[in-house]
Ligand binder design. Structure first.
Ligand SMILES: Cc1cc2nc3c(=O)[nH]c(=O)nc-3n(C[C@H](O)[C@H](O)[C@H](O)COP(=O)(O)OP(=O)(O)OC[C@H]3O[C@@H](n4cnc5c(N)ncnc54)[C@H](O)[C@@H]3O)c2cc1C
Length: 372
């Protein structure tokens, strides 16, 4: 079975890795688009705090979070330790103690369904600040022990390297779907240098993120995926050991903050529905991020500004990812629409796409995620 995976974001990289591990011959094609979501994503893995009630989304997101430690351990066994993953816990911040009680009750209720939530405990404002020193002092919080963070860029790169070691081939360039006799036959590479070369395959996985609509439109498929711009800021606290600081989830605003090794703090992010592929950092975006970040963590004010990243979240029409075979066109599997939770769900979504393409029974029923 020769499988062509289009898109080397977290979904495509995971799919290529899973398919190569299952013995498929894999070609991974990527056009290095500006605004790839995986290269901008914050990397919070804490689906249990989301106010999503859809059971299919929850089943997928919780299973994905549950599998992360095994994925990271498997990559480490294969020599890939540079993925920026750590289970650092999260602080769900509240304005008042009654709000904190509500958050705790909701998390404990979900723990029956998802024991991997881990410890759930009340913290005073002072305790919370001990764990994340730039935080304001008066925000009580609920600690969520199972929460983690990951560096999407490094994880995707590690998955690609691991896939290549299992025989996958990586090609650069814009892929165009090739169709013959009512089925997908491969992709044609665009761009002058590639000269329209045809890469033949038995099946194609469209892991093309927010660009899935334009990738599949020539095949007459109207996939409801839109780009939602997210601007996200990186700040350095020089010389501070931030590697074990928890993720901050301040609640209603949808903004958050997290820390990586070496004093790097990530704060954001905007959610700009209707942005299209407008790859810009805007004054309004910066004002929104800084306003939220400094209100929650005034201690960041004297940090060093590093950069602002821009990414396009692939948003489907609803909350559910679009995952599974394309009806009416043999040889095509779609894997996109992971929205704001793609770094959490991407590894599982990619491996489910690989299973579906290779004709294996998927580990999770894909019917609720039918893409069209
Ligand atoms: C600011 C921001 C913060 C986020 N924070 C989090 C978070 O904390 N936790 C979380 O779980 N998720 C988060 N997300 C969401 C997550 O980043 C995305 O859902 C996820 O990265 C989507 O991955 P993907 O592989 O589907 O798409 P992408 O990463 O966008 O990858 C798609 C790839 O397809 C390639 N491509 C497209 N068309 C073609 C073509 N025709 N030919 C060849 N290649 C093509 C592109 O070059 C790109 O590399 C965040 C996103 C943003 C923007």
């Amino acid at each position: 079975m020769r499988l062509i995976v289009v898109g080397a974001g977290i979904v495509g990289a995971s799919c290529a890795h899973a398919a190569a591990s299952l013995g498929a011959e894999v070609v991974l094609v990527d056009a290095a688009k500006q605004g790839r979501a995986t290269a901008a994503g914050a990397g919070i893995i804490c689906p249990w705090s989301a106010r999503v009630t859809d059971p299919a989304w929850r089943a997928l997101a919780y299973a994905a979070a549950r599998q992360y430690p095994a994925l990271v351990a498997g990559l480490a066994d294969a020599g890939e330790t540079d993925v920026g993953y750590r289970q650092v816990g999260a602080l769900a911040l509240a304005e008042r103690e009654e709000e904190r009680d509500e958050i705790r009750r909701a998390l404990l209720a979900r723990r029956a369904e998802a024991p991997e939530i881990g410890d759930v405990a009340d913290l005073s404002g002072a305790d919370a600040r001990r764990l994340f020193p730039p935080l304001r002092a008066d925000a009580p919080a609920v600690y969520i022990g199972g929460a983690a963070r990951v560096d999407g860029r490094r994880l995707a790169a590690a998955l690609v390297r691991a896939a290549v070691r299992q025989g996958a081939v990586v090609r650069d360039g814009e892929a165009h779907l090739a169709i013959g006799r009512g089925r997908v036959t491969g992709v044609r590479l665009g761009g002058e240098r590639a000269g329209g070369e045809l890469i033949e395959g038995d099946a194609v996985v469209a892991a093309t993120g927010a660009w899935t609509g334009s990738f599949l439109a020539p095949a007459g498929l109207a996939v409801p995926v839109e780009a939602q711009r997210g601007q996200i800021m990186h700040i350095s606290l020089d010389g501070v050991d931030t590697g074990r600081w928890p993720v901050l989830l301040p609640g209603a605003s949808g903004h958050y903050m997290l820390a990586f090794d070496g004093g790097r703090i990530v704060a954001g992010a905007t959610r700009e529905t209707g942005s299209g592929f407008d790859y810009r950092v805007t004054p309004a975006g910066l004002a929104e991020i800084l306003g939220q970040a400094l209100t929650v963590a005034p201690g960041l004010a004297d940090g060093t500004y590093l950069e602002t990243r821009v990414g396009f979240r692939p948003m489907g029409a609803g909350i559910r990812p679009l995952l599974g075979p394309a009806p009416g066109l043999d040889g095509l599997v779609i894997a996109t629409g992971l929205g704001a939770s793609g770094l959490t769900m991407g590894p599982l979504a990619g491996s489910l796409a690989a299973q579906a393409t290779l004709g294996l029974p998927p580990a999770i029923d894909l019917k609720p995620f039918a893409p069209l």
